[in-house]
Design a protein around this ligand. Structure first.
Ligand code: MN
Length: 163
């Protein structure tokens, strides 16, 4: 009887310790703040406002007709107005940002949101004013052509997002 109680006590102690190990660790916060995918290099492009980093993620000669990469925007950085002949998918991985289709109110985006951009829909995407914003951009049906670029999103258009 004593032996059985002792074994149960050991089992309880073991489970209690295992439970502690599954709890929050001191480095959890640090780990969560790390980006999931590399930030890449600063993008040198006339089609963006502000500093933007780009990390290409897939082979460009793919038979899947898809190009995808991780795009990181500094606060207020954004694409020009543009469209994609084959459409685009945005998977938000970090921060707060915006997506706006021409003639429509802007959508506020957070980590975990998904945007499906229809073919040829004129739009822009970029960061909110308070922090970095990142999304994976997947351009679809790229055999139909690359992005068609238009003019910058003016400060007036950008500030108008929250009005
Ligand atoms: Mn786009």
């Amino acid at each position: 009887m004593m032996k059985k109680t002792f074994i149960y006590s050991l089992l309880f102690l073991f489970l209690a310790i295992a439970g502690c190990n599954n709890g929050k660790k001191a480095d959890d916060t640090i780990r969560q703040s790390n980006p999931v995918f590399p930030k890449g290099e600063i993008l040198t492009s006339e089609h963006f406002t502000g500093t933007v980093w780009f990390h290409m993620m897939g082979a460009s000669d793919s038979t899947l007709h898809t190009r995808f990469g991780n795009v990181t925007f500094e606060p207020k950085a954004r694409t020009n107005w543009h469209s994609h002949p084959g459409g685009q998918i945005l998977l938000i991985t970090r921060g707060k940002g915006y997506y706006q289709a021409k003639g429509h109110p802007a959508m506020i985006l957070h980590k975990g949101d998904v945007v499906e951009v229809p073919p040829n829909a004129v739009h822009w995407h970029g960061a909110g004013p308070d922090g970095e914003f990142a999304h994976i951009a997947i351009s679809l049906n790229t055999d139909e052509g690359g992005a068609v670029w238009s003019g910058p999103v003016t400060d007036e258009e950008y500030e108008g997002v929250n009005k």
